[in-house]
Design a protein around this ligand. Structure first.
Ligand code: F6R
Length: 622
């Protein structure tokens, strides 16, 4: 097992060997979500076609959210390019927010029309999505009818699922009963937090939803659950490896005989066989795996590395490791030194000193540094202390904000600024237009003028923060990458214009160091796209002489830190810097509450953040 390299590879049968002995749900790990999504679309296509050949309808249970988007994209492509017809498909969606009409841009009816139904030949009357606007007096009857409709259609042939960070499937939140059927439920706070960005603030996220129940889902003849990205890793591991519990509703899938979880490497990363392979079988002990094992054992036993004994190693499946390296003493010392050398107060390199064991080169003593920040705040939130050190230590530091970040500014916030514009220029075209837009907030997407206002709000906040760090305005670059400028949470595909804007800036700065955000918890998110754009730009520039001398560092901040064994450089923050980071001028994202901002300060304040080099990046550059 178990990384499928190609969509043609058949899903494997549930593992029965030692390797998967901790696992209670069959799963397949794909190198990327796009490839996994294509494989799932192929399975759906095969089912639709088989049913057509048998002159039967095909009943699909469908999900919304970010996870199935690429599956729907692929199905639409199959319809357009391969003539896949959906005439025989009857669909039932899992859920809908209560209170939202089908034309609300965040309703699941809108989502389904937008991503699938409008682009294929499914008769719309064959699509079923719970109605979020029904009167409370009709809830019980309505939900009973929804179940009846599924039953009348012959039951669900294929159920597509995502998984929430709470372990919910559909909107069956923790506490849901195994016998639950379609009903009205309250949404868990974490689920509402996760939806907050799309709704421009948690206060706008509905509190209730209608969802099919656990029993309704388990009634499907085949279930496929999709999970992408490391922010799903922990809940996926619980669903797959823990005992069935109503506290993690996805564990109920263990009762189903024909279920597969389709994962990417991030989502699979907490499975025992991937996280701690020495616990499931023999390992080839590469240097990287040794480090991972030592760090894990030290954390597991809450013992410092230098105190780990041979029996500690043997008792945790690592006796072959000790046999390979000779002794626990040698291994401990080696790994201790390796980790110790990642720590430096000189992120730009320490001039005039022996740099053999330092993360950065000593020469040139003064470097040109280019920090890429996907949104106008990631730099400060994730590496503000390091940024300050780089400036203080005399490097030429540039920051490039890749996107305008305008989506994160709520209409309420924009309204405040529009009022100020109106105060100074009451009859200007801009102020009249802004007033009109904000008062009739009916548009599906933010009009350009409103996006400009929101983008400017974020620009000024970033300029405030960079000025606070001692940077000149001409070292701050706003790229406003076009892929982001849709006025909606859904972004465009990356284009040449995005890549050129980034490569032009790199050519202009000719940096010795590039820093880029490497927190890719959501593989469809803006951070991933921004990093892909940077990779493509570097690839285009790889023949340029200055690139050969340019190192790329990936930084991660408060949300998803590097595992200790993957860190190549860790920069400690002084107590003064920690205090400075908490200053009000750093509370720069209007969407984030003060407590969120303060939550970004690590509690122990030992290290602000960690950096790892992407080995693949070095490969691109050299
Ligand atoms: C959506 C649904 C939810 C989502 C889950 C994951 O119809 O029922 O259970 O599948 O919240 O959402 P994403 O895919 O956005 O991470």
């Amino acid at each position: 097992m178990s990384i499928s390299k190609d969509v043609d590879i058949k899903y494997q049968l549930p593992g029965t060997d030692e390797y998967t002995r901790f696992e209670r749900i069959h799963n397949v790990v794909f190198p990327e979500s796009t490839i996994g999504s294509k494989a799932v679309a192929q399975e759906i296509k095969a089912l639709i076609v088989a049913k057509q050949e048998a002159n039967e309808s095909c009943v699909l249970g469908l999900a919304t959210g970010s996870s199935p988007i690429k599956v729907y994209e692929e199905l639409v492509r199959m319809h357009r390019e391969e003539g896949l017809s959906f005439q025989n498909v009857i669909s039932f969606n899992l859920d809908e927010y209560l209170g939202l009409a089908g034309n609300h841009r965040e309703s699941y009816r809108y989502f389904m029309n937008h991503h699938l139904f409008n682009h294929v030949d499914i008769p719309i009357k064959q699509t079923h999505i719970p109605d979020g606007t029904i009167d409370p007096s009709e809830y019980t009857e309505y939900c009973r009818k929804y179940e009846e409709l599924i039953h009348q259609a012959g039951g669900i042939d294929f159920q597509l699922l995502g998984i929430g960070r709470t372990g919910h499937i559909g909107f069956n939140e923790p506490g849901s009963h195994i016998n639950s059927i379609t009903r009205v439920v309250s949404l868990n706070h974490i689920t509402r937090v996760d939806a907050a960005q799309a709704f421009y603030g948690i206060e706008h996220v509905p509190r209730k939803a209608i969802t099919m129940g656990i029993r309704s889902v388990l009634g499907a003849r085949r279930i496929v659950l999709l999970a992408w990205g490391s922010n799903k890793a922990s809940i996926v591991a619980q669903a797959v490896e823990h005992k069935v519990t109503n506290q993690v509703p996805a564990t109920y899938l263990q009762h189903h005989e024909n279920v597969t979880m389709i994962l990417d490497q991030g989502a699979a990363s907490e499975l025992t066989r991937i996280k701690t392979p020495w616990l499931v079988g023999e390992c080839t002990w590469s240097e990287e795996l040794q480090l991972k094992a030592v760090v894990w054992l030290s954390e597991q036993l809450q013992k410092s590395i230098l105190k780990l004994t041979e029996s500690d190693y043997s008792n945790h499946g690592m006796s072959t490791l000790i046999a390979d390296v000779g002794s626990a003493y040698d291994l401990n010392i080696h790994m201790f030194n390796r980790l110790q050398r990642t720590i430096t107060g000189w992120p730009g390199g320490k001039p005039e000193v022996d740099d053999r064991y330092r993360p950065e080169r000593a020469h040139p003593g003064k470097k040109r540094v280019l920090i890429f920040s996907p949104h106008p705040d990631d730099d400060v939130i994730s590496m503000g202390g390091t940024l300050e050190r780089l400036v203080e230590q005399g490097h030429e530091v540039h920051v490039a904000y890749q996107t305008s970040g305008n989506l994160a500014v709520s209409n309420e916030e924009a309204w405040k600024y529009a009022q100020i514009v109106g105060h100074f220029a009451p009859n200007s075209d801009a102020s009249t237009a802004l007033k009109r837009m904000l008062e009739n907030d009916q548009e599906e997407t933010d009009p350009e003028l409103l996006r400009t206002l929101k983008g400017q709000i974020r620009r000024k906040e970033s300029l405030l923060a960079t000025r606070y760090l001692g940077m000149a305005e001409d070292q701050v670059h706003f790229l406003d990458l076009p892929f982001y400028e849709t006025g909606r949470a859904q972004k465009k595909e990356i284009g040449q214009a995005d890549i050129s804007r980034v490569s032009d800036l790199i050519k202009c700065v000719t940096p010795h160091q590039i820093y880029a955000a490497g927190d890719l918890a959501d593989p469809h998110g803006t951070h991933k796209k921004c990093l892909d754009i940077l990779f493509a730009s570097l690839d285009a520039l790889k023949e340029q002489p200055f690139i050969k001398d340019c190192w790329v560092w990936l930084y991660r901040g408060a949300w998803d830190e590097w595992p200790l064994d993957e860190i190549d450089m860790a920069v400690p923050m002084s107590p003064g810097q920690v205090l400075k980071k908490g200053m009000p001028s750093f509370t720069i994202n209007p969407k984030k509450t003060t407590s969120c901002s303060r939550g970004m300060i690590p509690e122990n304040s030992g290290f602000e953040w960690r950096i790892g080099t992407g080995k693949q990046l070095k490969a691109i550059i050299n």
